[in-house]
Write a new protein. Structure first.
Length: 389
């Protein structure tokens, strides 16, 4: 018999059952390293942890007993964007440009991949752990102007003013690009909405010097205000389809969240758009997460509301609730609860009734995960040590 989960019943008040600050003395294990730890990643299926130090050494840990399983010397000390540890292998992303993938069956021959040109806005790995999907933005700017001269006849003089009106058009093309261990793993890139905006950097008519100096100052100020208003409007439009979050379900349904509050759903196998809906007006979609069965999608946005969407009911919203402006969301393996986190706090929330089951406050470099039995594990990086709670 299938369980049905209803998220965050609106009439129920959140109940804070526990709130704690993390203390080193309470840690279950302290994993010591000889160099500064720059990244850590938890492998849920086998309760393993990978840590990466600034000299490029990867250490694999058994978090059930705190013991070392093995080490990999990458001999790469470049700044790290992300470390990912899955059943598909260990993946390191350097500087958002280069990827090194270590296959657990062939550690000695890592795969090296390059990310296509453009700005990486977001990325997430596929559930099977052997592919990553990147959101790539490619901006182009074109400028054009009339360059015409306008004659101004005043008593005793003839003056020619240049019409310097310049039109600037910025176009941002975005796409989803998959990178994997093996070639030919994907159908192709997915094209995302194009953002295009044209700005005129001066009023429709050329500014003609006339009147007293104070009047010219007022005109200049008005023109400057118009320019600043155009710049603000331009910045908003330029960012409207900035990719702010991605999630992938186990059946390869891809959800993309955008700065303008929109969510677009794609079929990751065919690259076809399935659905498009507004999560929140003008509030960036900061986090997305699929339930383990792929039916439900959680979304968190800048308006501090977490919403639940049902794939089997045409992506209709099941319910919503104010909580936090979260940086990330993810379900427990059994979908009984989910974790929402901000810069300094983590909230474990019941999926059934919306109660906050646990709040954890910490200002350090800390991550919180579910183990495969849905228990909580907290991992904190403290210089040359990793603490496990």
């Amino acid at each position: 018999m299938k369980k049905k989960y209803i998220l965050l019943t609106i009439s129920i008040l959140f109940i804070l059952t526990s709130c704690a600050s993390l203390k080193a003395s309470d840690a279950k294990f302290i994993l010591k390293h000889n160099e500064r730890v720059v990244a850590a990643s938890f492998y849920q299926a086998e309760n393993k942890l990978a840590t990466l130090t600034n000299n490029g050494t990867i250490t694999l840990w058994d978090i059930d007993n705190g013991g070392i399983i093995g080490r990999i010397e990458t001999n790469n000390s470049n700044p790290v964007t992300s470390l990912i540890y899955t059943e598909g292998g260990i993946i390191i992303i350097y500087n958002n440009r280069n990827i090194i993938m270590y296959d657990p069956l062939n550690i000695e021959e890592p795969k090296i991949r390059s990310i296509p040109e453009g700005t990486v806005e977001k990325f997430v790995y596929y559930p099977e752990g052997r592919r990553i999907i990147f959101g790539i933005a490619d901006r182009t700017t074109t400028r054009s102007g009339s360059g015409s001269s306008i004659a101004i006849n005043a008593p005793g003089t003839t003056e020619y003013l240049q019409d310097n009106r310049t039109r600037e058009t910025e176009t941002t093309n975005r796409k989803l690009v998959s990178v994997g261990f093996n070639a030919g793993q994907t159908v192709g890139d997915i094209d995302l909405p194009v953002a295009r905006y044209t700005s005129v950097d001066s009023p429709d008519s050329p500014s003609i010097p006339s009147g007293t100096p104070s009047e010219r100052t007022i005109n200049d100020n008005l023109n400057d205000m118009q320019r600043r208003n155009n710049e603000r409007e331009w910045e908003q439009l330029k960012r409207s389809y900035e990719l702010t979050s991605i999630a992938i379900s186990t059946d390869e349904i891809i959800a993309c969240g955008f700065y303008n509050g929109e969510i677009i759903i794609y079929n990751g196998k065919t690259n076809r758009q399935l659905h498009r809906f507004q999560n929140s007006n003008d509030n960036a979609v900061r986090a997305l997460a699929f339930s383990s069965n792929g039916r439900y999608l959680l979304s968190g946005s800048s308006d501090k509301i977490i919403r639940l969407w049902d794939k089997e009911n045409n992506w209709s919203m099941v319910t919503q609730r104010s909580l936090v402006s979260t940086d990330s969301l993810f379900f427990s393996p059994n979908s009984d609860s989910f974790i929402a986190n901000t810069a300094n706090s983590f909230f474990v929330v019941s999926t059934r009734n919306g109660n906050i089951l646990r709040t954890i406050e910490d200002s350090g470099t800390t991550s919180i995960f579910y183990k495969k039995n849905s228990e909580i594990i907290i991992i904190g990086i403290r210089n040359q040590s990793v603490l496990i709670w």
